[in-house]
Design a protein around this ligand. Structure first.
Ligand SMILES: NC(=O)c1ccc[n+]([C@@H]2O[C@H](COP(=O)([O-])OP(=O)(O)OC[C@H]3O[C@@H](n4cnc5c(N)ncnc54)[C@H](OP(=O)(O)O)[C@@H]3O)[C@@H](O)[C@H]2O)c1
Length: 241
């Protein structure tokens, strides 16, 4: 039987490319997002083994209901990829409402579905949670304050669930995916970015990480160097940046 993967936020960028990648690897795909025309477009492209579901992750109870519905439509779920995320790099990253929106999507929206996923997998005895975090989660950054903080939350939140999975009788895996810069609507038109990687390359490496059940992985591989470097920089240097 083919494995079933739900991808939360599959209407563009990394999520959409991952849906295509996992479909090519033989998985049945459950794709969610708010842009219905994009979901329809993906459905037409993939044609078979594809289910779609409208979902706004900030509508917490409704998002859980929608994921539950998707699971029923698909006849179960083996892997849930929590990919939906927003950033407000440089443009309007100052302001209470802008900050809170990032937190609503990347923190509250994420934790809501991660928690649901863990409980589901404990009940059914197996499953794999894949969280799309970021290299940005390794340090604070004045040009994207809530975003970096939100991804730092994702990293430690998933680490906690990974520990919990180790103590569970169920066969649960938790993967933290940390991309550097990847081509997508999130990075489109942004200046001063470096090593921006093609979306398909990122999706291939994320697909490999999922199948190898990696705990933590940088995407693409070269971003591991940045990860190592960032961890070596002392706090007093970060504070002066
Ligand atoms: N691109 C990069 O350089 C980069 C680097 C590191 C990490 N990441 C992470 O990768 C993930 C995907 O980002 P991307 O670069 O592919 O950007 P993207 O093209 O803007 O995709 C964002 C996805 O999130 C969904 N989303 C946003 N707000 C949502 C909401 N309220 N409810 C439900 N879905 C929502 C969008 O779907 P709808 O708009 O249709 O709802 C879309 O499918 C994010 O978590 C991001 O933080 C990206």
């Amino acid at each position: 039987m083919t494995k079933k993967v739900a991808i939360i936020g599959a209407t563009s960028g990394i999520g959409r490319a991952l849906a295509v990648e996992m479909h090519n690897r033989g998985y049945t795909i459950g794709a969610t997002g708010r842009r219905l025309e994009r979901l329809q477009d993906l459905k037409q492209q993939l044609n078979t083994r594809i289910y779609t579901q409208f979902m706004d992750v900030t509508e917490l109870d409704d998002a859980v209901h929608k994921l539950d519905q998707l699971k029923k439509d698909m006849g179960g779920l083996d892997i849930i990829v929590l990919n939906a995320g927003v950033s407000n790099y440089q443009k309007d990253s100052v302001g209470r409402q802008a900050d809170l929106h990032v937190i609503d999507v990347n923190v509250r929206g994420f934790a809501n579905l991660a928690s649901y996923s863990f409980n589901l997998f404990e009940e059914q005895g197996h499953g794999h949670i894949v969280g799309i975090s970021s290299v940005a989660g390794l340090f604070g950054w004045g040009l994207n304050i809530p975003y970096n903080a939100s991804k730092s939350f994702v990293n430690t939140y998933l680490q906690g669930y990974r520990q919990k999975a180790n103590h569970s009788d169920a066969d649960i895996y938790v993967s933290t995916i940390m991309p550097g810069f990847v081509e997508s609507e999130m990075t489109e038109g942004k200046k001063d970015l470096f090593w921006v990687q093609p979306t398909e390359k990122a999706a291939t490496q994320i697909g490999d990480a999922i199948e190898r059940k990696k705990n933590e992985v940088y995407i693409t591989k070269r971003w591991r160097l940045v990860g190592w470097f960032v961890k070596l920089v002392p706090n007093w240097v970060w504070n002066r940046m």
